[in-house]
Design a protein around this ligand. Sequence first.
Ligand code: 4NP
Length: 168
Amino acid sequence: MNTSNDLNINNKYKVLFVCLGNICRSPAAQGIFEHIVRENGMSDKFEVDSAGTYSGHRGELPDRRMRNAALYRGFALTHKARPVSGLDFLDFDLIIAMDDQNYEDLMHLAPSVEATHKIKKMAQFLTTHKISYIPDPYYMGAEGFGLVLDLLEEGCRNLYERISKAVL
Ligand code: 4NP
């Protein structure tokens, strides 16, 4: 957890969620985390965004299957997909990778050793689920989207608790 930056210049703690396409897992994580932040009355303390390591879905809303599955749980996903940029490593306090490939790609993109310290894996915030990555639901059925949302809800709640204890 990067606490050295604490609340940055804008007085906000900035979290970026990253997956491959930025149309399934990371926009869902963003929507869930934003929901938790709002629930806690902390919207003025956080900036939350998501991005993809692959740029092919740039400008698209999240995959309809993910939007529907998330909305059923009360999370409205409105993010428009964008690729990760070099500036993100300066701008954000914490960059959360969904799987090992995303993590490796981010480690290669990071412009400095200091920037690599901001990169964490989402699965490290799971407690009840014994899985080391957030699986890509793109080629899965409805159960895949449900599982991903279960993992992200738990991971985001634990992540929020960790940040709020360390930083807020
Ligand atoms: P995401 O899922 O990384 O969770 O957004 C994917 C979305 C699109 C593709 C792969 C994964 N794709 O190959 O287009």
